[in-house]
Design a protein around this ligand. Structure first.
Ligand code: ZN
Length: 215
């Protein structure tokens, strides 16, 4: 299959990453961010987490620092909207999105619209609602509810990249280790399946839903 690349140019590519909770961006698109940065450090990344406690905020900042080490410029925004209550705090969150319009991103990573978690769905909806003429990739998060579907946009990951992703996640988010699903096998298993689906040379990939693309 013909592989498409993001355009290379002299101006930095602006990437906006949106995640409801402090580990969502890493799980959903951490490998893709690492791959983009390994090929071209001329990226400006705005990394936005909508919900956190004091402890989880520190984990989110530590993790973003690890994933974005090579980025030319990075801005990390950690908000404190109530975990689990996003649809009920929607007007405040929509106001926050209005402020994100200043960024004018080239690529946006956000939750997928069919995600079973209510916080994830709201962030996905407000992403499309706010950014009307943008390249948006919707990432997936494995969970108890079993909402995985058929993504249509694949990013193969070399071994050093997918191993680094899992290592960073498992080692940084200490508050999540008590959750039964939060272990490296879960993250590797999903990437292995997506790698199989896109015939990734390493066998591993991340996958996204892309609803509109212009070439
Ligand atoms: Zn989440």
């Amino acid at each position: 299959m013909l592989a498409l690349e993001l355009p290379s140019r002299s101006a930095p590519l602006k990437i906006l990453c949106l995640g409801s909770h402090s580990d969502d961006i890493e799980i959903g698109c951490g490998g893709t961010i690492l791959r983009l940065l390994s090929r071209d450090a001329n990226l400006e990344v705005v990394w936005t987490v909508f919900s956190s406690t004091k402890e989880r905020e520190q984990e989110a900042r530590d993790s973003a620092d690890l994933f974005l080490t090579q980025a030319k410029r990075r801005e990390i925004i950690i908000e404190h909207f109530r975990d689990g209550f996003f649809p009920f705090d929607g007007s405040e969150i929509k106001n926050f999105f209005e402020g994100l319009k200043r960024i004018s991103p080239d690529v946006i990573f956000t939750h997928t619209r069919k995600d079973a978690h209510q916080d994830h769905r709201l962030i996905s909806e407000l992403t499309r609602n706010t950014f009307r003429n943008h390249f948006i990739l919707e990432y997936e998060i494995p969970k108890y509810d079993g909402d995985l579907g058929q993504p249509n946009f694949f990013v193969p990951l070399d071994q050093d990249i997918y191993e680094k992703k899992v290592h960073y996640i498992v080692n940084t988010f200490a508050t999540q280790r008590g959750k039964r699903w939060f272990e490296k096998e879960t993250f590797l298993a999903l990437m292995r399946l997506r790698g199989m689906e896109c015939v990734a040379p390493s066998g591993y990939a991340e996958a996204f839903y892309c609803h509109k693309v212009v070439v």
